[in-house]
Design a protein around this ligand. Structure first.
Ligand code: SF4
Length: 451
């Protein structure tokens, strides 16, 4: 197998957009990534799709963070792609990644609009040229709450809005997805951007290997000082998910949330959808977290586009079994993969549809790195040199609960579906059922032990 993700840098380590100017070697050629800081017009996405076909293999990924990836490039075509993408003059991310919900500022369910904090952090980080000193993958997430879940995104530093006594505060967290981050305390809105910047400056001083997860409570307190409030933090348990289908945005706006199955789509299919969106009068769109796409326009236009998207095989509703599966590109797209993950995911979404009820995420990973779902999952299947490892309530890369021969992978999923069919009680979610059955019963079904 080839080495994984070997970066090449035709234009130096950092260009206008680091990932675009530093394509990565993968199993199907080089890969370039762009991230958007504003909506784009449907015609812009059509143009990007044409570039994906002209310079790559015509496959586009929408990543878990809502970036766009062009696959199957050569080193030469990646350079031309960069030039052509920049010529479109879109608002692409430059420097440090400071991410907010794509619905921020137009989401009636949000606690606070995080864009202003993000802008302050971006501007000051740029002035201090922090991105040149920080780890290349350093990321800051400003989560104002609302319909789009940002909790699963890895963040070195995270601000999460909470409402206490009718006022907005921000929880400061470092490292990991939100569920595994170190919660450092609360900050006032006025002090929030400054606290994040102080931590970034602190990390920059430690060099390009330092990450948010390296910070402990004492270091954060020393850096942030009085900006960390002496208040009990009430855990914010509001759960957000990806907003599929039609939704209102703000006072008069309307939006449609859809996703290609398993985060990947042929450029020609995406281009067709965006051309249709343009014809319907949809004015803008935005790739969004959880491999999704948000289109903005009049309600009638969004409704008509929903029909087209549904007929074209996009995920358009909560109940779609495919949206309960987190899957990485796998083989042949990634050189580290031990299995074609999308094939297994497609099989699982059909065979195990009743148990993929949204109560848990089935994680299918091409190898132990677990790119698609860094957090533990009720069931993780990952490729290894010895076969398909399964982990119950663990991560890809954890010591597995068992390893199946590759030729048994489909039968194992079929048996899991039968276990669900036999044992599940009316009204019980799959997550509750599996918790009730316990590891042993699930493992026995996957291992195909006769019981
Ligand atoms: S988890 Fe998937 S995408 Fe990540 S390195 Fe492994 S095979 Fe490649």
């Amino acid at each position: 197998m080839m080495a994984a993700a070997d970066p090449v840098q035709p234009f130096g380590r950092r260009g206008l957009c680091p990932a675009l100017s530093a394509p990565m070697r993968t199993g199907d050629g080089f890969l370039s990534r762009i991230a958007f800081e504003a909506d784009i017009a449907p015609r812009d996405m059509v143009a990007l799709c044409h570039l994906a076909e002209r310079h790559g293999n015509g496959l586009i990924d929408i990543t878990a963070r809502g970036s766009l990836q062009f696959r199957g490039l050569t080193l030469e075509s990646a350079c031309v792609l960069e030039k052509d993408v920049l010529a479109l003059d879109l608002r692409l991310r430059e420097g440090l990644a400071v991410e907010t919900s794509p619905l921020a500022g137009r989401d009636d369910a949000e606690i606070a609009d995080g864009r202003f904090l993000a802008e302050d952090i971006r501007k000051e980080a740029e002035r201090l040229i922090l991105h040149e000193k920080l780890a290349a993958k350093m990321s800051v997430v400003i989560d104002g709450g609302g319909r789009v879940s940002m909790g699963d995104l890895l963040a070195d530093i995270r601000l999460k809005a909470v409402s206490l006594d009718d006022r907005t505060f921000w929880r400061l967290l470092v490292g990991g997805p939100e569920s595994r981050a170190l919660s450092a305390g609360l900050v006032e809105t006025d002090a929030a951007a400054g606290a994040v910047l102080s931590l970034l400056v602190h990390l920059a001083g430690k060099g390009p290997l330092a990450r948010g997860r390296d910070l402990d409570r004492a270091a954060i307190k020393a850096v942030c000082g009085d900006r960390l409030l002496d208040r009990v933090i009430v855990h914010d348990a509001t759960a957000a998910s990806t907003p599929w289908g039609l939704m209102t945005t703000g006072k008069d706006g309307f939006a449609l949330g859809i996703a290609p199955a398993f985060g990947q789509i042929r450029a020609c299919d995406l281009s067709d959808l965006c051309e249709r969106a343009g014809m319907l009068g949809i004015t803008s769109l935005r790739p969004a977290p959880n491999h999704s796409l948000l289109f903005f326009g009049a309600s009638s236009a969004c409704e008509a586009l929903l029909d087209t998207a549904r007929a074209s095989g996009f995920i358009t509703t909560d109940g779609d079994a495919r949206s309960s599966i987190a899957v990485c590109p796998g083989a042949p797209g990634c050189a580290s993969a031990f299995l074609p993950t999308h094939e297994l995911a497609a099989f699982a979404s059909e065979q195990c549809a009743p148990l993929l009820d949204g109560s848990f995420t089935l994680h299918i990973s091409g190898c132990g790195k677990g790119c698609a779902h860094p957090a533990p999952s009720l069931l993780t299947l990952s490729g290894t040199a010895d076969g398909l490892a399964f982990s119950i309530s663990g991560r890809a890369g954890d010591v597995p609960d068992g390893v199946l021969p590759f030729q048994h992978q489909r039968t194992a999923l079929s048996r899991l579906a039968r276990l669900y069919e036999k044992e599940h009680k009316p009204g019980e979610t799959a997550a509750t059922l599996f918790a009730r059955l316990g590891k042993q019963a699930i493992g026995a079904a996957l291992r195909q032990d006769d019981r």
